[in-house]
Design a protein around this ligand. Structure first.
Ligand code: ZN
Length: 162
């Protein structure tokens, strides 16, 4: 996926998550969208920093990097939501490219992708972006609305989402 696709995905994801978390369509909804927008977009852009520093699709496209961003809200009470952008970037690179990413780097350099991944510059790339974004929002809605409230609240609090 190219940077445009990552930013569009992150922007729609931030708005969608803001509405899911604060569905009342009041000022709080707009404030939540604003709260999520910049961290998620920055998280979606971060992995491709390895085009300049490191090896692209390896150095910053792996699970240890994602765990670092998951740990920040838990241990330092900051960088909430950035992990959402990073995770979404990974999904788009796995599904929206032929190449895949090195999930277990630096332990294992093999790049993992889906066999039906589409080339980054193909006409199907925007379709993959829309489908992945819709699936991400559907999964978030399922977590927020269908899990037992104590489990959903606990998971969201642990991840710094609430
Ligand atoms: Zn990438």
């Amino acid at each position: 996926m190219d940077k445009r696709g990552h930013v569009l995905n992150a922007a729609v994801l931030a708005v969608g998550l803001g509405v899911l978390v604060r569905p009342a369509a009041e000022v709080e909804t707009a404030v939540t969208v604003a709260e999520l927008f910049v961290p998620i977009v920055l998280g979606a852009l971060f992995p491709d920093v390895d085009t300049a520093f490191g090896t692209h699709r390896k150095t910053l496209h792996n699970l240890p990097v994602l765990f670092v961003f998951l740990a920040y809200p838990i241990y330092f009470a900051n960088l909430q939501w950035v992990w959402v952008g990073v995770l979404s970037h990974y999904l788009l690179d796995v599904l929206g490219s032929k190449r895949g990413i090195a999930l277990f780097y630096p332990l294992w350099s093999r790049e993992f992708g889906f066999p039906f991944g589409v080339p980054v510059r193909s006409r199907w790339s925007p379709v993959v972006t829309v489908v992945v974004t819709a699936l991400e929002l559907a999964l978030a809605a399922a977590v927020i609305h269908w899990l037992p409230p104590t489990m959903a609240e606990g998971a969201l609090t642990l991840l710094g989402v609430r």
